[in-house]
Design a protein around this ligand. Structure first.
Ligand code: SD4
Length: 325
């Protein structure tokens, strides 16, 4: 998969103009949102994950369930060693261990999650089994690994040579300092609406590079890294998980949409909560995506550079979100 830094914004100029025009203002007029038709089948994901969107769309275009679409979509990135923030090839913690977080949620409000999971390439699929086969929502660490192995997953070494070399380099200074939009991001959060009009979501990550052992971010926490409510819509987050955990961003966005906010307005309000309340906001990146049941979407981040991929109306395009700072 292409690195985000080489990311090409693949959108028709006219549409880009409309999108940026809409994003530039605080209150997005409804008719300017990127939208179409009631419950338009849609796949929306963080960062430059056009290939992931394609995999999800393949499920939806055949009449499949949004839950299968988001699982299949994010698995593309989990398996990609070039994406160094998710699954296989993800950057390790400061001790050199790749530890993974993921969650999934369906149209009935069922959800499952794994965190601090090691050695399993597809944590999202383990999260789905937690949802479908256990009475629990979250399994962590050794327990999550044991559950995965008992259910047929294979134990693998997820640390690639490239990630190991970067970690060795990092150890020379050992400074834990997430860089805005670079180095420690690429987490995929995905929302999909299927042809039945149901919305589901998933999120998967190796978390912040060089984190402390045992650190869990927002991505596997239902309501923080991802949330969907089939009456309203869904939201996903990317960026510094600690900032999102402090304000349960995805749940907040869905609740704001329930109260009448457009997806764009809801994302902007969620970012405003961070920039107004969290002292380090200028030094960190957080981006949110939202999708309502009509297929209208919103995207907003603290800093410029947050790109996302939207598959709707037969086109799969990358765009950059407007930003607060
Ligand atoms: C985390 N939110 O673990 C994730 C990281 C991320 O793009 O989104 N990276 O904090």
């Amino acid at each position: 998969m292409a690195n985000r830094r080489k990311f090409l914004i693949q959108s028709a100029l006219g549409t880009m103009g409309a999108a940026f025009g809409a994003f530039a203002c605080g209150n997005t007029p409804k008719e300017k949102t990127i939208a179409s038709g009631p419950s338009a089948p849609t796949v929306l994901s963080t960062w430059n994950n056009l290939a992931a969107n394609e995999a999800a769309w393949a499920v939806i275009s055949q009449g499949g369930r949004a839950l299968d679409a988001v699982e299949q979509g994010v698995r593309v990135v989990e398996a990609d060693p070039e994406d160094m923030s998710v699954g296989y090839g993800g950057r390790p913690d400061r001790d050199g261990n790749v530890t993974l977080d993921a969650c999934i949620m369906d149209e009935a409000g069922n959800c499952g999650s794994v965190c601090f999971l090691e050695h399993i390439k597809h944590p999202v699929s383990v999260a789905r089994l937690v949802m479908e086969k256990t009475p629990h929502v979250i399994l962590s660490g050794d327990g999550a690994l044991r559950f995965a192995l008992e259910n047929g997953f294979r134990k693998e070494d997820l640390l690639t040579e490239k990630a190991r070399q970067e970690w060795e380099e990092w150890k020379k200074v050992s400074e834990y300092k997430p860089v805005i939009n670079i180095e420690s991001h690429d987490t995929i959060g995905m929302l999909a609406i299927d042809q039945q009009g149901n919305i589901c979501g998933a999120c998967t990550t190796s978390g912040m590079a060089y984190k402390m052992r045992g650190r869990v971010g927002d991505s596997p926490i239902i309501g923080a890294g991802m949330y969907v409510d089939n009456e309203v819509g869904g939201a996903v987050a990317t960026g510094l998980g600690e900032a999102v955990l402090k304000m349960l961003g995805s749940f907040l966005i869905v609740e704001l949409m329930r109260q009448g906010a457009s997806p764009q307005q809801a994302c902007e309000e969620a970012i405003r909560r961070i920039t107004s309340k969290q002292k380090n906001a200028a030094e960190i990146q957080v981006g949110f995506l939202a999708l309502n049941k009509k297929g209208e979407m919103g995207a907003y981040s603290i800093h410029p550079g947050f790109v996302y991929a939207l598959h709707q109306n037969g086109r799969n395009v990358g765009r950059e979100a407007a930003a607060a700072l």
